[in-house]
Design a protein around this ligand. Structure first.
Ligand SMILES: NC(=O)c1ccc[n+]([C@@H]2O[C@H](COP(=O)([O-])OP(=O)(O)OC[C@H]3O[C@@H](n4cnc5c(N)ncnc54)[C@H](OP(=O)(O)O)[C@@H]3O)[C@@H](O)[C@H]2O)c1
Length: 258
């Protein structure tokens, strides 16, 4: 049985993944943005071991999340699931001056990957929209471009795939993969989302814990437990390094080379 930490598990696919893991006999540690959401998460996921608190829009709080995680027993897997969507109407700046969506969807998984003691498996939630992501990696902080919420989201979801593949390349002893869950009716997906909600959280759980040889791989991209072709730019090692370098510059956090 595995111990799994899931970011953004107070709602949506993260919460469903935690419930499924516990139902399978695994240990799940939750994460929520604040104390109140943490309490709500713990009551919605009976059997969860603990909840870690921190708002991922803040670099300082994200670093603290990593410290809280490291104070617990080591984890077999970490699922980088927390995310915010494509409907942000304007560039909302965080306390660090970054766009909200970049801070939560790109920088937080980078910082947590760098600072949490290495697990055996890492899983990153991307989206089909990553195929529209801007592979130039120019203006990551949206200081020069006019704001476009859907483009900003798509960019960050490409970053998540670049991050997963960068880790797979740099840390060969860790399985690091990305996936798209489909467009489903969570808070983010909205009530009219057309895809199968009941299938949407299963791939992240499978990649985190399954002994199925198809899940025991690294540097791959999945949809519903099947390999799917990602944006070819995500395979570019130069782009992967460029993203890591930018995240390091912005956050001040270094990533181990192996
Ligand atoms: N739903 C879809 O159709 C879809 C499609 C493609 C990809 N995805 C990806 O799937 C992942 C999960 O999405 P979802 O649909 O489950 O979304 P969701 O229902 O909106 O849940 C997102 C989770 O992330 C947490 N979160 C957001 N901002 C946070 C912050 N600043 N600090 C801490 N926690 C934060 C939320 O906390 P609160 O509950 O407190 O808000 C919630 O627990 C995301 O990475 C998303 O990009 C979803």
């Amino acid at each position: 049985m595995a111990r799994v930490f899931i970011t953004g598990s107070s709602d949506g696919l993260g919460r469903m993944a935690a419930q499924l893991l516990i139902g399978q006999g695994h240990t799940a540690v939750l994460h929520a943005r604040n104390q109140r959401r943490g309490e709500e998460a713990m009551s919605a996921v009976p059997g969860a071991e603990a909840v870690v608190i921190g708002d991922l829009t803040s670099i300082a709080q994200t670093l603290d999340v990593a410290e809280q995680v490291n104070a617990l027993e080591p984890f077999d897997a970490v699922i980088h699931n927390a995310g915010i969507g494509y409907r942000e109407p304007r560039r909302i700046a965080t306390e660090d001056g970054l766009p909200h969506v970049f801070a939560v969807n790109t920088l937080a998984p980078y910082i947590l990957t760098a600072r949490i003691q290495k697990p055996k498996r890492l899983v990153y939630l991307s989206s089909g929209l990553h195929r529209n992501g801007d592979a130039s990696l120019n203006d990551l902080a949206w200081e020069h471009r006019p704001w476009q919420g859907q483009q900003a989201y798509s960019d960050t979801k490409l970053h998540d795939v670049l991050l997963a593949f960068a880790i797979a390349r740099r840390w060969p002893q860790v399985f690091s993969n990305a996936l798209e869950p489909g467009w489903v009716a969570t808070k983010m997906g909205g009530p009219g989302a057309p895809d199968d909600l009941d299938a949407a959280h299963r791939t992240q759980v499978w990649l985190a814990v399954s002994d199925d040889p198809a899940a025991a791989v690294t540097g791959e991209y999945f949809y519903h437990k099947q390999l799917r072709k990602p944006n070819p730019a995500s395979r570019d090692a130069g782009k992967q390094e460029e993203l890591l370098e930018a995240c390091k510059r912005i956050s001040g956090v270094d990533l181990a080379t192996d």
